[in-house]
Design a binder for this molecule. Structure first.
Ligand code: BGP
Length: 481
């Protein structure tokens, strides 16, 4: 009998993931313009703004705190941070380019040289250590001017501005960046349109036609980016990026099974169907009919979308979701963003995110069965309160346990199920500002950053216990977990 190979493929892209708006800081430096993340309040207000209709971009936000204005000051400390990533043995580093560093208002004709030069420095530093930059083109960072003046992705004009932006970055960085992805967690626009689609819904109606029109513009923009990337950087790969929480039916009641399937198709597959298969699925077309959603779609849009599909699927995996058709408030699992019904088999993080390593294997199998393109887990990790011990150490064994089990699930998906995986970049490899809370105390990193929710702290970096553990994982190509 053939021996099962328990290893990861050669060249597997081990590393960590971040986003500009959650780490760079320097929010006014280098002629950078303001983006959405720069004006979203932190703390409890943040969650309200993300999940409830009615946010007004014009109100005076001066009473709020904005931890991301300073972030963790990667803008000035990138050399120190990249040296630490190199020490861990990173093969890849996922980061995003802030659109507002390149086009501060989004609608200029010429790019901002200071912004381009900053990313040149970062990519050069990564190359120095043979770390592949994996770049998200748009990670919740739309220029605020495009939001206020054009209505975010609802506007067709934004597609033209985005085209200018991608051409500028592909041409400038063509020799330095070979892995790209278009929109971070594109399907999150269904639950957090403000971040993903660049507009604040004002009522429940806005969740239908305006939301899907904005999605359509993003799909066109994504295909334009794929086409440009393939033309300008023929040896590059460009993917879509979705948030993926596989949906389980609560029980074998066929009604619940059907409901879980429908939720899965709408939330998990709708975007990837367009970006990977190149067309709107029959399911979503029917959904549009049922909800009287008539979109403005040019015939040439559909050709473009069909012709320029992505090379791989990148996705974030934090949890699975359990659902049943009829649920009470008591049934609910109170995750702060994604939530379904409590799953009695799972424990949850301090923020109610249910921890399910096997769910990652399920996710990899479902996505690979459906699309048969390489998969890249570009976010996964445990947000936790870390304690700095008196001796300066951080004993984050809970994080190591979480990561070990998730990495083992990937290993089994590759070796036992035949899934084709490109790499793994765990989220927040260095502590950074949380997207859903806008705070520092929800930490994911292998590297601790001395910064707190009230903005205090020295910004000093410290290696956590998980730093040394992950270093070994990478050094043994996942054999030693
Ligand atoms: C994803 C986002 C990231 C990141 C992560 C963790 O949804 O792409 O930007 O922040 O989730 O979420 P949080 O920071 O809310 O814990």
């Amino acid at each position: 009998m053939a021996q099962t190979n328990k290893r990861f493929p050669e060249g597997f892209l081990w590393g960590g993931a971040t986003a500009a708006n959650q780490m760079e800081g320097g929010f006014h430096e280098g002629n950078k313009g303001l983006n959405i993340a720069d004006v979203l309040p932190g703390g409890k207000e943040r969650l309200k703004v993300l999940s409830e209709p009615g946010f007004n971009f014009e109100i005076d936000h001066s009473k709020y705190t904005y931890p991301n204005h300073e972030g963790i000051d990667f803008y000035h400390r990138y050399k120190e941070d990249i040296a630490l990533f190199a020490e861990m043995g990173f093969k890849a580093f996922r980061m995003s380019i802030a659109w507002t560093r390149i086009f501060p208002n989004g609608d200029e004709l010429e790019p901002n040289e200071d912004g381009l030069a900053f990313y040149d420095r970062v990519f050069d530093e990564l190359r120095k250590y043979n770390i592949e930059p994996v770049v998200t083109i748009s990670h919740y960072e739309m220029p605020i001017n495009l939001v206020k003046e054009y209505g975010g992705w609802r506007s067709r004009e934004v597609v033209t501005f985005f085209e200018r932006y991608v051409n500028a970055i592909f041409n400038r960085f063509k020799d330095k960046v070979k892995y790209w992805m278009t929109f971070n967690e594109i399907n999150s626009g269904l639950m957090m349109p403000i971040m993903g689609l660049g507009f604040a819904i004002q009522n429940e109606e806005d969740r239908y036609r305006p939301t899907f029109q904005a999605f359509h513009h993003q799909f066109v923009a994504s295909s334009i980016a794929v086409k440009a990337c393939h033309e300008i950087i023929p040896d590059a790969k460009i993917g879509c990026m979705i948030i993926y929480a596989p949906v389980y039916a609560f029980d074998s009641n066929p009604e619940n099974q059907l409901y879980a399937l429908q939720e899965e198709r709408l939330f998990n597959y709708f975007c990837a169907d367009v970006q990977v298969r190149g067309e709107y699925s029959p399911f979503i077309k029917r959904y549009f009919e049922q909800h009287n959603i008539e979109l403005e779609i040019k015939a040439s849009d559909l050709e473009l979308i069909k012709e320029h599909t992505v090379d791989y699927i990148a996705f974030s995996y934090y949890m699975s979701r359990t659902e049943k058709k009829v649920k009470t408030d008591e049934d609910k699992a109170h995750g702060n963003i994604l939530s379904g019904i409590k799953n009695p088999f799972l424990k949850a993080s301090d923020w109610g995110w249910e921890i399910d390593p096997t769910g990652l294997r399920v996710a990899l199998n479902k996505l690979y069965d459906r699309y048969e393109v390489p998969l890249f887990v570009v976010e996964n990790g445990l947000g936790a309160y870390d304690k700095l011990e008196e001796d300066g150490s951080i004993q984050d064994d809970y994080r190591i346990d979480y990561l070990r089990e998730h990495i083992a699930a990937m290993r089994d998906a590759i070796n036992e199920d035949g899934v084709d995986m490109m790499g793994y970049t765990s989220w927040g490899c260095i502590d950074l500002v949380s997207a859903s809370t806008g705070e520092m105390s929800k930490r994911y990193g292998y590297i601790y950053v001395d910064k707190h929710d009230d903005g205090s702290g020295t910004l000093e970096r410290k290696k956590k216990k998980s730093f040394f553990w992950y270093k070994d994982v990478i050094a043994t190509n996942g054999e030693k977990l």
